[in-house]
Design a binder for this molecule. Structure first.
Ligand SMILES: [Fe+2]
Length: 161
């Protein structure tokens, strides 16, 4: 169980670092200022989450090392495909939100599992750190939902005119 736990920690460490690379491209392609701000904020948060994982490795007396997370790579690749499409601005923003929420949900699933396993393995401090990240991911997801909803409302107003 401990081995599986460590393997999954290495996986999510790599996933966070993939996200750090991918987010600036999403920011560049976004038109809504609110969306750009949210993505930029989450980029900073993600850097903190990567550092938090380094703290977790230290806590477990392990070297901070990632192993390629193929799942996150797939989610990000799909997002990149959308970015290369020729959408009008508001459609591109909707596509970016969809891609970002897929990333968040993948992370929420992962961190929820890891937090539970940490508790089960008796790593209380690690469980707390994982919970902090889990809460941040959930908030980021919620923020994206809010932005998506406000955009839908805006468009409804425009089309009704
Ligand atoms: Fe994250």
């Amino acid at each position: 169980m401990q081995d599986l736990f460590v393997e999954q920690l290495r996986d999510v460490y790599n996933a966070e670092n993939q996200i750090i690379k991918a987010l600036p491209k999403m920011v560049k392609s976004a038109s809504s200022e609110e969306l750009r701000d949210a993505l930029e904020e989450h980029l900073e948060q993600t850097k903190g989450q990567s550092e938090r994982l380094e703290e977790i490795f230290e806590e477990l007396q392990l070297k901070a090392r990632g192993t390629k997370c193929v799942g996150m790579e797939g989610v990000i690749d799909e997002g990149k495909e959308l970015l290369s499409e020729d959408f009008q601005d508001s459609v591109m923003d909707a596509a970016i939100i969809a891609a970002a929420q897929k990333v968040e949900h993948y992370e929420i699933a992962t961190y929820g599992t890891l937090r539970t396993w940490a508790r089960r393995l008796g790593h209380e401090r690690v469980a707390e750190l994982l919970q902090e990240t889990l809460d941040e991911e959930a908030q980021a997801d919620e923020k994206l939902t809010q932005i998506a909803e406000s955009m839908v409302n805006e468009e409804a107003v425009q089309t009704s005119r």
